[in-house]
Design a protein around this ligand. Structure first.
Ligand code: MTE
Ligand code: MO
Length: 519
């Protein structure tokens, strides 16, 4: 009996594996999202934000693979239950696989990026076909799995034929193989449908030669003045990076405008371009954290685009929409106040990398990314401030989100022991679109309550929208020390030392490190 139960469970697991494999295959062929990903995305979008925070805190960058694995294991476990219950009650199998198919069909339809698929009919097809094939697989395996059935167990609908142990093993191996093969094929098709790297390479951009800026500080461990693309932090809600096809991509400008526009990538390239150095920061960045970077962005001025469309009076909010359904919203007056907000298609002299929003994204100096920096941008909608709340707003984050003044110590690292003598203390400081005037450092012996703030030497200011590097030469004597940093922005406002956590509108407080000096 126990081995029978095991075989039934295994049959159910394999039947669901076949379902997932076939769904993946059809999704790959149709350019749709695999159901496991779709369910994961919906969990991300609908989980209470405290759950999301717990998970991200516990798992860090591995949260996405773990989520995909969890959804897969949950599906397979459901299969085991359906298998065990389904032999005696075939209706359980029918209902179970119908439910799995429907769940997959609905979630993939909701989750599939609008830009990459023709019709949602095709998208829903994958999970439904997968479920049908999986259900038949289950019936076959359950029937094959009863080779040790005593003849007298009475009328059991699926136990008429007794093919034997070897047949069961053969069928399970075939099911496992079919599942794996369709999964691999599906991945292959999905990868081949849009080759983002090839498209990026095919572009020639009017970017200035990417020289290291004059006046940059160069010190081991100090963040470079321009963050290389590969080191630039990455934050988004998508489980798989959207692959946008340049040929079919369109940027639409809609809503409260005189002339709604639809712009192709070639149209965008043909417009006057500008290159701006802008520091982008995530609102989730902790004091001293690394969710911040500084890049040269190449693109078209947002104001130019808005002028072409003709913003109607009363359109107080600009909403950015991504192919993945993500949205941002920021005040129209922020875009119009002279700061170089743009639709960017280049980053540090290259086409925008896939993970950073290829082919185009919004970049608005002075605003945290979650209210402004829409990656894989597809629509800019003009509306009123009251009419719409973007993705993160109902999840508890502030609707107005200017970047707060922050400074970070890069060297020495927190907790390090250094040799006495001349020790450079260095880092970066940023203040949205307000610029950095001064940076000061305070070195205290452990237990000392007060010490003077010393001015740091700054790298040249690239623009008011970019961070500045800073350095102080410290004559270190043996002992234990606390080192703190604070910046003053271009308006003369000193960075507050009052600690506040990142939610709801950005962390404040001075970055502080512990350093030991030993001969
Ligand atoms: N489509 C999309 N765009 C997005 C996001 C997202 O989840 N989806 N995250 C935003 C957030 S919270 C930040 S901080 C920035 C990060 O941009 P980066 O990944 O290029 O550093 O992108 C913004 N744009
Ligand atoms: Mo963010």
């Amino acid at each position: 009996m126990r081995t029978r139960t095991f075989r039934d469970g295994l049959s159910g697991v394999l039947a669901v594996a076949v379902t997932l494999g076939v769904a993946e295959l059809v999704a790959g062929l149709a350019g749709a999202i695999a159901p496991v990903i779709a369910v994961g995305d919906l969990l991300i979008d609908h989980a209470p934000s405290w759950v999301t925070h717990l998970v991200i805190d516990a798992l860090g960058a591995r949260d996405k693979p773990v989520l995909i694995l969890t959804v897969t294991l949950a599906a397979l476990a459901t299969g085991a239950v359906i298998g065990v219950m389904g032999r005696l009650r075939p209706l359980v199998g029918t209902i179970g696989f119908t439910a799995l198919g429907m769940l997959g069909a609905i979630t993939t339809t909701v989750d599939t990026p609008s830009a990459s698929v023709q019709g949602s009919f095709l998208v829903a097809l994958g999970p439904l076909i997968g479920a049908a094939v999986g259900w038949q697989t289950l019936r076959l395996l359950l029937r094959a799995g009863v080779f040790d059935a005593p003849a007298s167990t009475g009328a059991q609908p699926m136990t008429q034929r007794i093919p034997g142990r070897r047949a069961f093993l053969g069928f399970t191996a075939a099911a496992a193989g079919a599942s794996a093969a369709s999964f691999v094929a599906g991945r292959r098709f999905a990868g081949e449908s849009v080759d983002v790297e090839a498209q990026r390479k095919s572009l020639t951009l009017a970017a200035a030669p990417q020289t290291s800026p004059t006046g940059a500080l160069d010190l081991n461990g100090l963040s470079p003045l321009i963050t290389p693309n590969n080191d630039f932090y990455r934050i988004d809600t998508t489980l798989i990076t959207p692959r946008v096809d340049l040929k079919t991509w369109r940027l639409r400008i809609t809503g409260m405008v005189e002339h709604p526009l639809t712009i192709s990538f070639d149209d965008l390239l043909a417009m006057p371009s500008r290159e701006e150095i802008i520091t982008l920061s995530c609102v989730s960045n902790e004091v001293g954290g690394d969710l911040v970077g500084n890049a040269r962005w190449l693109g078209v001025s947002l104001v130019d685009l808005l002028k072409q469309a003709g913003v109607k009076p009363g359109a107080t909010q600009i909403v950015g929409r991504s192919v993945d359904g993500f949205t941002v919203g920021f005040p129209t007056e922020v875009a119009m106040d002279g700061r170089p907000a743009m639709v960017a298609y280049g980053m540090n002299g290259e086409a925008l990398p896939g993970p950073h929003g290829f082919p185009a994204r919004l970049v608005v100096p002075g605003l945290y990314g979650y209210v402004s920096a829409t990656k894989w941008l597809t629509e800019i909608e003009l509306t009123t401030w009251e009419a719409f709340d973007a993705y993160w707003i109902p999840r508890g984050w502030a609707k107005r989100a200017p970047i707060k003044t922050q400074s970070r110590i890069d060297v020495p690292r927190d907790g390090r022991t250094v040799k006495p003598g001349r020790v450079p203390v260095a880092g970066v400081a940023w203040a949205g679109d307000r610029g950095i005037n001064t940076v000061e450092v305070r070195v205290r012996r452990d237990g000392e309550t007060d010490a003077p703030w010393q001015p740091a030497r700054l790298s040249e200011s690239l623009s008011t929208n970019a961070w500045r590097q800073w350095v102080v030469e410290w004559q270190a004597e043996p002992g234990d020390y606390l080192i703190e940093v604070r910046a003053t922005d271009g308006r003369g406002e000193v960075q507050t030392g009052k600690y506040q956590r990142p939610d709801p509108d950005g962390a404040t407080g001075w970055h502080r490190i512990d350093v030991r000096v030993r001969a």
